[in-house]
Design a protein around this ligand. Structure first.
Ligand SMILES: Cc1ncc(COP(=O)(O)O)c(C=O)c1O
Length: 326
């Protein structure tokens, strides 16, 4: 609680389950007024359960599983006016990622976060954040919104009403959690939500140990500094090879670089695979594991204990691949 604020946490087994908990909090919050609709962002990703794919703002995860669970509508990310205009009498919450991961490593702007907070307060909506991928020190702070809003006037008071966590929370061991801010923390009382394996002593002991290691070894600083160095290196590549790398985005150890359109990279143009997939395959051959985000973005999500020498090796391999395509 000291890392975020007064409230309660429910422990689950995965990110998708953590989000499910927040969806249920929102449904409960609006139930007696007949409000149930949750607005989520285009290009968002919120998990693979039925509610998760309905919440996700990408058609590819929904295809073949229709009809979608009702109660979710998508709005363009980082567009406050669109959020404002999308609110209907049925709307009960807005959920966003602080940094969109699968959608292409796109951080929310400080104005968007503060604007959504004010909008949710004004319209009596819950502001829910999916910190499954971008949370738990990945950006150099406990939560991405704390990093995005540092040194921003008014940012120090920002809090969402609910927050989903997983991934780095267990450092590789399955655990998820959702936190709900104090005034809403008892919306899900005993009997309304539960999980057999959620919050087992083993999973919680692992998560506590991970937290201890992160703090003892100052891995948040590491993510910030080394991630900053990697970002600067990727920006150097974008500058040196503008015919291959279009731009670089992200915070800390959550970085993405966008390739130019596939048709503009002669080596990739003929294949039916996306540019990002072909690039990732080449990196795999060179011994670097990365993952695509969409057709053109390569996502770098290194472990929080990445060493400077390993970061250097990774960047050299990326440069080799970029160079071979230039
Ligand atoms: C932002 C976000 N939310 C939710 C999930 C789902 O988490 P899990 O795979 O643990 O269910 C993911 C997984 O990639 C994610 O990136």
């Amino acid at each position: 609680m000291k890392r975020i604020g007064a409230g309660k946490c429910f422990f689950a087994n995965s990110g998708a389950e953590a989000n499910e908990g927040l969806f249920k909090v929102a449904r409960k919050f609006g139930h007696d007024e007949g409000r149930f609709e949750i607005l989520t962002a285009t290009n968002s990703f919120h998990g693979r359960t039925m509610a998760g794919i309905a919440a996700t703002g990408q058609d590819k995860v929904k295809k073949g599983f229709e009809p979608m669970m009702p109660g979710f509508r998508h709005i363009p990310f980082n567009d406050l006016e669109a959020a404002h205009n999308a609110i209907s009498p049925a709307t009960v919450a807005i959920m966003i990622e602080g940094v969109q991961g699968e959608g292409g490593v796109t951080p929310a702007t400080p104005e968007y976060l503060l604007g959504l907070r004010a909008l949710c307060d004004e319209k009596k909506l819950l502001l829910l954040m999916d910190g499954v991928q971008c949370g738990h020190y990945r950006t150099g702070k406990f939560q991405s919104f704390q990093r995005i809003l540092e040194n921003v006037p008014g940012g120090e008071n920002f809090l969402p009403d609910g927050l989903a966590m997983a991934k780095s929370l267990g450092g590789g061991f399955p655990i998820g959690a959702f936190w709900v801010r104090a005034p809403f923390a008892d919306l899900l009382g005993p009997g309304t939500h539960a999980s057999t394996f959620g919050g087992t002593p083993l999973a919680c002991a692992v998560a506590l140990k991970i937290l201890e290691v992160i703090e003892r070894e100052k891995l948040d600083d590491q993510a910030r500094k080394l991630g900053g160095w990697m970002k600067a290196e990727l920006e150097r590549l974008a500058k040196t090879y503008p015919h291959v790398v279009k731009n670089v985005r992200g915070l800390g150890f959550m970085l993405g670089f966008e390739l130019v359109e596939k048709e503009k990279i002669p080596t990739f143009a003929a294949s039916d695979k996306t540019a990002s997939l072909q690039f990732v395959n080449r990196l795999h051959e060179a011994g670097v594991l990365t993952i695509p985000a969409g057709a053109q973005v390569i996502r770098l999500l290194p472990p929080l204990n990445l060493k400077p020498q390993e970061a250097g090796e990774g960047i050299s391999k990326i440069e080799e691949v970029v160079k071979s395509l230039a």
